[in-house]
Design a protein around this ligand. Structure first.
Ligand code: ADP
Length: 316
């Protein structure tokens, strides 16, 4: 959508340039001044209310104006874009327009401002008053009031769009077609840039889609690799566990063996001791027995010699 705010003081030529622009760019022209005047002509409630302000050169209250503009916009759901002429005229109207367009998925592309000095404005408005019969263009006091209101309340809207880098000023003094060409140059540059960024976005989307497609197999292989690694790690861990178990078993066995050896040594020592005791006893016994045998033999030899002696004596 191409939404343009056509900006400028009363009598700057917004109506004239709007008519040419909507023809060239197939846009819908929404002029709040025209809508109010149509309502005044038809004597609607809105028209009666608006008249009381317009006749004094004052602005119609924001609430009424914003509501009216939104309902006018909604009457053109298939519009390729709008030229807002005479709106927004206050900061509140500008903010409301942004919110409204955002809700429709669009926004303001640019503000085109027709710059005309005050003296020229007064002349133009008085001339228009004579030709059209518009009451607010015939009274110099009302004209001055409108210019003052523009400077006080409407000028800040320029800063609003300037902050968004959407403000473009064009000299509003000169031939109508020359001014129109200047406006068209700005619009065409904007459209070219918009087309470029749109195609860039499409290319970026496509490359992003390609990248994400490429990323899928990478992700898959990464997952596979991760799974394998996880398996390997689990294997290692279980191997370590079994290794630990095995070493524990081995250690137990060794411990048992050592314990056995120790007990064997102990029993060997014990039996050796026992044996040694037995042997000692036996040796002692033998010795005692030997001694006893020797004594007995002595005794018998003694007895025998006594006998022999006594026998000898007897013989004598
Ligand atoms: P101008 O030649 O002053 O730009 P317009 O035809 O745009 O005249 O508007 C005529 C009158 O309608 C204004 O002086 C003002 O009283 C009223 N009007 C138009 N647009 C607005 C607006 N956006 N907010 C408040 N009042 C407006």
């Amino acid at each position: 959508m191409l939404n343009i705010v056509l900006f400028g003081p009363p009598g700057a030529g917004k109506g004239t340039q709007s008519a040419k622009l909507i023809n060239k760019y197939a846009l819908v022209h929404l002029s709040t001044g025209d809508i109010f005047r149509a309502n005044i002509k038809n004597q609607t409630a809105l028209g009666n209310l608006a008249k009381s302000y317009i006749d004094k050169g004052q602005l119609v209250p924001d609430e009424v104006t914003i509501q009216m503009l939104e309902s006018e916009c909604n009457k053109h759901p298939k519009a390729k874009g709008f030229i807002f002429d005479g709106f927004p005229r206050t900061h509140a109207q500008a903010a409301a327009l942004d919110t409204f367009l955002k809700s429709k998925g669009t926004g303001i592309g640019m503000m085109l401002a027709l710059e005309v000095e005050e003296e020229e404005l007064r002349k133009r408005l008085l001339l228009r008053g004579k030709e059209s019969g518009r009451a607010d263009d015939q009274d110099p006091a009302v004209i001055q009031k409108r210019i003052d209101v523009y400077n006080a309340e409407t000028m800040p809207v320029k800063a609003y769009y300037n902050a968004q880098k959407k403000y473009f000023g064009v000299n509003g003094i000169g031939k109508i077609d020359a001014i129109f060409n200047n406006l068209c140059r700005i619009i065409d540059t904007y459209l070219q840039a918009a087309a470029k960024s749109a195609s860039k976005k499409i290319v970026a989307k496509k490359t992003a889609a390609k990248k994400s497609k490429k990323l899928v197999p990478v992700k898959k292989t990464a997952k596979k690799v991760a799974k394998k690694q996880a398996k390997r790690m689990v294997k290692k861990a279980t191997n370590q566990k079994t290794a630990k178990k095995i070493t524990k078993k081995v250690a137990k066995k060794q411990a048992k063996r050592v314990a056995k050896k120790v007990t064997i040594k102990k029993t060997v020592k014990k039996t050796a001791k026992k044996l040694a005791k037995k042997q000692v006893k036996q040796v002692v016994k033998k010795i005692i027995a030997k001694k006893a045998g020797k004594k007995a033999a002595k005794k018998t030899t003694k007895k025998a010699s006594i006998k022999r002696i006594t026998k000898k004596g007897k013989r004598r």
